[in-house]
Design a protein around this ligand. Structure first.
Ligand code: XMP
Length: 323
């Protein structure tokens, strides 16, 4: 729209005025907010911006390669791709507690980001995709006192430690406006319409221990859930697109039968929700034939899984994620 075009022009001019000729860093996550913020800042200051993509190894199928390709080859941003999977898996070895997983992932992320940023000279600013609802939330007494239900570690604490000033070009926008700004800036649909994905990634979608084997299982099951739901949307069989949809690997094992044999294998949970803002949510009424196809494919194609359950809990009392 005309209004958003002129908002973008104005925001670009403001960034240029704020940073001058200093170098600027950005942590790319693959999410809409950091993508739009980075692209906008790059429009303002070009190669003064370096985006760091810390690849935790906890992303969905083909996701990291897709994110890096989109930003390097399509948007022509300066991207440093740090393959840190081994470090994250070492940190997570044997850990089962959800908060402990988040804390360890958050610390490792910050350590790696800091190491990488020291390689770039004269950095004085850090871009963050803070939105208006984040600004409001951080002012509520509850979140100040740390009464959050789940800690959301991203790059929290980093600006202070590295003495960086923040560039937050999206502070006045709501999520739908960020998507609109992304379209104005020419971001691909895969990024603009990407569903929210937690910073700790698949680690909080594996109930229990995170390792190569559990990651492979949840990743394969998740790929079936997302591709079947995306296909149903494309064919006009499901509308609107659920807010989030994914698979969860549980350590629960149950008895099944396959051919002449008895199986004793894991249970996968499937979650699809509708929501306005992620604060409250309802389970999506997916068509039964779609659920059936998802279930059949997971059992047939994902080794080590013999049962699928669909999550029919709303938020509250449940949360979106199982951890
Ligand atoms: P919950 O599970 O708290 O999720 O109902 C609400 C929204 O937040 C996402 N989520 C996270 N995002 N780091 C993130 O960046 C996290 O640790 C985290 N935990 C949950 C979740 O996917 C949903 O969109």
């Amino acid at each position: 729209s005309w209004r958003m075009d002129s908002w973008v022009d104005d925001a670009i001019a403001k960034v240029r005025a704020q940073v001058g000729d200093a170098n600027v860093l950005c942590a790319l996550s693959g999410g809409v907010d950091s993508a739009v913020a980075a692209t906008l800042v790059a429009r303002a200051i070009g190669k003064q911006l370096t985006c760091i993509y810390v690849d935790t190894g906890l992303m969905r199928k083909d996701e990291s390669a897709g994110v890096v390709a989109a930003f390097r080859d399509v948007l022509h941003l300066n991207v440093v791709h740090v393959d840190a999977k081994a470090r994250f898996l070492a940190r997570l070895a044997g850990v089962e507690d959800p908060e402990e997983k988040r804390i360890r992932i958050g610390h490792e992320f910050i350590a790696i980001f800091e190491e990488e940023s020291k390689k770039i000279p004269d950095v004085r600013f850090l871009v963050q995709g803070t939105l208006y609802p984040d600004v409001i939330e951080s002012k509520t007494p509850d979140s100040k006192a740390g009464h959050k239900i789940k800690s959301h570690h991203n790059v929290g604490g980093l600006p202070e430690r590295m003495a960086l000033n923040l560039v937050e070009p999206l502070r006045a926008l709501f999520k739908d406006e960020v998507r609109e700004a992304g379209r104005v800036l020419g971001l691909p649909n895969a990024i603009v319409e990407r569903q929210p994905f937690p910073g700790p990634g698949l680690a909080v979608r594996i109930i229990g221990k995170v390792n190569d084997a559990t990651l492979a299982t949840v990743r394969d099951a998740d790929f079936i859930v997302t591709s079947e739901i995306d296909a149903a949307i494309a064919e006009g069989k499901l509308s609107p697109r659920p807010w989030q949809y994914f698979a969860v690997l549980t350590p629960v094992r149950s008895v099944g039968v396959m051919g002449d044999g008895r199986t004793y294998a894991n249970l996968v949970g499937v979650r699809a929700i509708t929501s306005e803002d992620g604060m409250t949510a309802d389970w999506a009424r997916l068509p039964h034939d779609l659920l059936e196809r998802i279930s059949t494919r997971i059992i047939n194609e994902v080794p080590g899984v013999n049962r699928v359950a669909y999550d029919i809990t709303s938020k509250p009392p449940a949360t979106v994620e199982w951890e």
